[in-house]
Design a protein. Structure first.
Lengths: 295, 122
C-alpha cells in the first residue's frame, strides 16, 4: 500500500462503516487515479472533499436510523453524560459518609456495565441488569439521605429505568456511533467546571453559572449536532436536569411547587437547545454556500 | 440542480463512465473549469442515484479494486434536458439583449468595451 493510499484510507474513516464497506475501495481507486504520480499526500481539496463528504454521509445515515434505535441510543448517551456528572456531585459533597461514597461508586460501576450491556448481552439480561441497577441506586441514595425526596432521587434512577424500558421495547441494538464520544465528554466536563468553584470560580463570578451553562451548553450542542449526529445533543439536554420535568409536573399536580432554582435548571437547557438549533441551521446554510457540494 | 450534478449528468450523456472518467470528462467539457474532487463526485453520485437520475451499470476489478460504471437513466436525461432548457432561457435574457443591441449598431462603429456614452448614442 502506497503512502498516498494509506493516508487516503485514513481520511475515508470520516465515512460511516457501511459506506466504506460498499464504496471505500472505489473511492480510493478514483482518488489514486486522479492524483499525479509520485504524490504522497492527497491534495488539500481532495482531503477536504473526503472529510466533508464523509461527515455528510454520516449525518444522512444517522437521519435514516429507525426511531426506536435512535431513542435508545439517545437515552444511553444521556446515561453516559449522567455518569460523567455524578461522580463530581457525590465526591464533592461533604455530608456523604465514606460508606455512602463507596456505595455511590458501586452504583456508578453498575450503570457503566448497564450502559455497555446492549452491545454484548441478550435483551432480557439488559432489562434485568438495568432494573437491578435502578433499585440499587435507589437504596444507595436512601442510605446517603434517609429523608431523600423524589426530586433528588429521580435524576439518578431514571437513566437505568429508561434503559430497561427502551431495551425491552426494541430488538435492534444501537449503532456503534463513536464520533460523539470525545465531544460529549468535553461538553460534560465543561459543564462540571462551569457549575463548580475553584478554578472555574472565575467563570462563575464573571458571567454567572447559568450564563456559563447556557453558553458552553449551546456551543457544545451546536458543534456536536453540526458535526455528525442529532442524538448526542438531545442526550445532552435530557441528561442535564431534564429528568426533573416529570418530577416537577408530578409535584405541581399534587399542588406543591418546586423551589425556583429547579425551574431555572430546566429552562436553561431548553433555551440552550433553541439556540443550538438556530446555530445548527445557520451553520448548515453556511456550509451549503462555502463547503464542497452538499450532495 | 447544482453545477457538479449538472456536469456529472452531462458527462454520462454519451454513455456510462467510471468515477475517474467522469472527473476527466467534466474537466474536458468545461474547458478545465470544473475540477470535481473525489469526495464531491461521490457525494453527487449518491444523491443522483438516490433521485433515480443515475444507476450502476457495471463493475470490474482494476488493480485489485472495484471500479464501477454509472449510467444516465431516462429520468436523469429528462432532468438534465429540463435544467439545460432552464439555463438557456436564463442566458437568453442576457445574450438576447446583447445581440439586439449589436444589431442596432452599424458595423465598424461597435464599441469593444462596455456601454460608454458613444455606444448609447450610436
Amino acid at each position: 500500500m502506497s503512502r498516498l493510499e494509506a493516508r487516503a484510507s485514513r481520511l475515508l474513516r470520516a465515512y460511516p462503516p457501511s459506506y466504506r464497506a460498499e464504496h471505500g475501495d472505489e473511492v480510493i481507486g478514483t482518488l489514486l487515479d486522479a492524483s499525479p504520480r509520485g504524490r504522497n499526500w492527497p491534495a488539500p481539496r481532495e482531503a477536504w472533499s473526503l472529510v466533508a463528504g464523509g461527515l455528510r454521509a454520516r449525518a444522512a445515515a444517522n437521519r435514516q436510523q429507525p426511531a426506536v434505535g435512535s431513542i435508545r441510543l439517545t437515552l444511553l448517551l444521556a446515561a453516559v453524560l449522567w455518569l460523567t456528572w455524578e461522580p463530581y456531585q457525590v465526591l464533592s459533597s461533604f455530608d456523604v459518609s465514606p460508606l455512602g461514597r463507596a456505595l455511590s461508586i458501586l452504583g456508578m460501576l453498575l450503570v457503566s456495565v448497564t450502559i455497555a450491556a446492549p452491545w454484548f448481552a441478550p435483551r432480557p439480561v439488559v432489562v434485568l441488569l438495568a432494573v437491578g441497577t435502578a433499585v440499587a441506586l435507589g437504596l444507595v441514595y436512601h442510605h446517603i439521605d434517609q429523608t431523600i425526596r423524589l426530586i433528588y432521587l429521580a435524576p439518578n434512577i431514571v437513566p437505568p429505568i429508561v434503559l430497561a424500558v427502551t431495551a425491552a421495547a426494541g430488538s435492534a441494538r444501537p449503532s456503534r456511533a463513536w464520533l460523539w464520544l470525545p465531544g460529549g465528554l468535553v461538553a460534560a466536563s465543561i459543564l462540571m467546571y462551569a457549575q463548580g468553584t475553584g478554578v472555574t470560580g472565575l467563570v462563575s463570578s464573571l458571567i454567572g453559572v447559568g450564563a456559563a451553562i447556557f453558553a458552553f451548553g449551546s456551543a457544545g450542542v451546536a458543534v456536536l449536532w453540526f458535526v455528525v449526529d442529532v442524538r448526542p445533543p438531545m442526550a445532552f439536554l435530557i441528561g442535564y436536569e431534564w429528568m426533573l420535568v416529570p418530577v416537577a409536573a408530578f409535584n405541581a399536580i399534587r399542588g406543591s411547587w418546586l423551589p425556583g432554582p429547579y425551574y431555572v435548571y430546566m429552562a436553561v437547557p431548553l433555551a440552550a437547545g433553541v439556540v443550538a438549533l438556530t446555530v445548527n441551521r445557520l451553520l448548515w446554510k453556511l456550509s451549503d454556500r462555502f463547503l464542497p457540494y452538499r450532495g | 440542480m447544482r453545477e457538479p450534478s449538472y456536469y456529472v449528468l452531462a458527462c454520462l450523456l454519451d454513455g456510462p463512465l467510471h468515477g475517474y472518467a467522469i472527473i476527466q470528462r467534466a474537466a474536458e467539457l468545461s474547458g478545465g473549469r470544473v475540477r470535481l474532487a473525489t469526495g464531491t463526485l461521490y457525494t453527487a453520485l449518491d444523491r443522483l442515484a438516490g433521485e433515480g437520475y443515475v444507476r450502476l451499470v457495471g463493475e470490474e476489478i482494476v488493480n485489485g479494486r472495484a471500479r464501477r460504471s454509472y449510467g444516465l437513466t431516462d429520468s436523469g436525461a429528462d432532468a438534465l434536458r429540463a435544467e439545460a432548457a432552464r439555463m438557456a432561457q436564463a442566458a437568453q435574457i442576457v445574450t438576447g439583449r446583447a445581440a439586439a443591441r449589436a444589431k442596432k449598431q452599424p458595423r465598424g462603429r461597435r464599441q469593444p468595451a462596455g456601454p460608454g456614452p458613444q455606444a448609447e448614442t450610436a
